[in-house]
Design a protein around this ligand. Structure first.
Ligand code: TRP
Length: 336
């Protein structure tokens, strides 16, 4: 019998900051797709806690959020065995490579980053060096694991482009070292908008609590928020140009039930918005319920969470150390 080698899976890497509880938008637009990618790809997912401190964080709160986000990633279905699942600050190669890459990144390039300009305007009293060099740390996160794809939202595409430019520059200065990663935009990702102003993206930092569904909202809260969702005066459930509020609810309902728009229109034919809003709320609560249960289970055992973080960090360290070693050798450092 001949051995048939299994084709090696392509690697995927993405990270999420552990600030604030993710929303239904983060879940349907990103997290749920990460879960779907576990089968097809060799995945690495990390909590970008070092990125979080580019704006002021309260230490006790940050610490609590790191535990919570780690538990939540597993609760949504990311397996710590099948994936590399880890916390960025627990893997030293990230900051080490970040320094080396910062010497291959131009001041001008970083000054052009849209997110930097926005955050600098928002936090005018704290325009720190980390906020500026944030994309080189992100480039290090990515390049250490040599992924083919980096699933990100629209707002991070520019940082992915910069990562490619840095990688390309390094390769041409020191010889082929890095795989050039491609941003990956999932076709199935739902774009969930604010329930109070559907022209805006749903955001966890919205001042209006009714504008977003947090993954930790209980069923009553979810139902209430959907009942209050801003729609229009047509009272006829149909996807149509300009009806952002109802379109958003249809998109959410489609994402959680798998029903297509025409089926949804038929289901609610002759019924008002009230019925539809309740149905969307019920469907979302049913989707989030089991996640919330698993989350509560994980949160009960901090020691177990730490053990899982430690395993993830050790595995990530083994992979990233290799890339870092290669980079340092190429640059001329002496390794003993
Ligand atoms: N900057 C990303 C965000 O805020 C998080 C992030 C950090 C990231 N490092 C990354 C995303 C590497 C993808 C790959 O959303």
């Amino acid at each position: 019998m001949t051995d048939i080698a299994l084709p090696k899976k392509d690697r995927v890497l993405s990270c999420i900051q552990p600030t604030g509880t993710p929303t239904l938008g983060n879940y349907l637009g990103a997290l749920r797709n990460w879960v779907a990618m576990q089968d097809e790809f060799d995945c690495a997912f990390a909590l970008a806690d070092l990125h979080a401190v580019t704006v002021r964080q309260e230490p006790a709160k940050l610490r609590a959020q790191i535990y919570e986000m780690f538990a939540l990633l597993m609760a949504v279905g990311l397996s710590p065995e099948r994936n590399l699942l880890f916390v960025q600050s627990q893997v030293p190669a990230h900051t080490q490579l970040s320094w080396l890459l910062s010497c291959c990144t131009q001041f001008g390039e970083l000054s052009r980053m849209t997110q930097y300009k926005e955050k600098a305007a928002k936090h005018a009293d704290n325009i720190n060096l980390g906020l500026f060099s944030y994309p080189t740390l992100m480039a290090a996160d990515i390049l250490l694991y040599q992924p083919k794809y980096v699933p990100v939202g629209e707002d991070q595409k520019q940082h992915c482009e910069l990562t490619r430019n840095i990688a390309q520059r390094f390769n041409s200065l020191y010889g082929e070292t890095f795989v050039l990663p491609e941003p990956y935009v999932m076709k199935t990702a739902a774009r969930v908008r604010s329930l109070q102003d559907p022209t805006k993206k749903m955001s966890k930092s919205d001042e209006n609590q009714n504008a977003f569904i947090s993954l930790k909202d209980d069923k009553d809260t979810i139902l209430r928020k959907f009942r209050r969702a801003v729609t229009d005066s047509q009272a006829h459930v149909a996807y149509r140009e300009g009806a952002d509020g109802i379109n958003n609810l249809m998109e959410i309902y489609k994402a959680v039930t798998g029903k297509e728009y025409d089926a949804i229109e038929r289901e609610f034919d002759g019924r008002g918005y009230g019925d539809f809003k309740t149905a969307v709320g019920e469907a979302v609560a049913a989707e989030l319920g089991p996640i919330q249960q698993r989350f509560a289970e994980y949160m009960k055992d901090k020691a177990q969470l730490e053990q899982l973080m430690k395993q993830g960090a050790e595995r990530a360290a083994a992979v990233s150390r290799r890339t870092l070693g290669k980079v340092m050798k190429k640059m001329g450092f002496v390794q003993v």
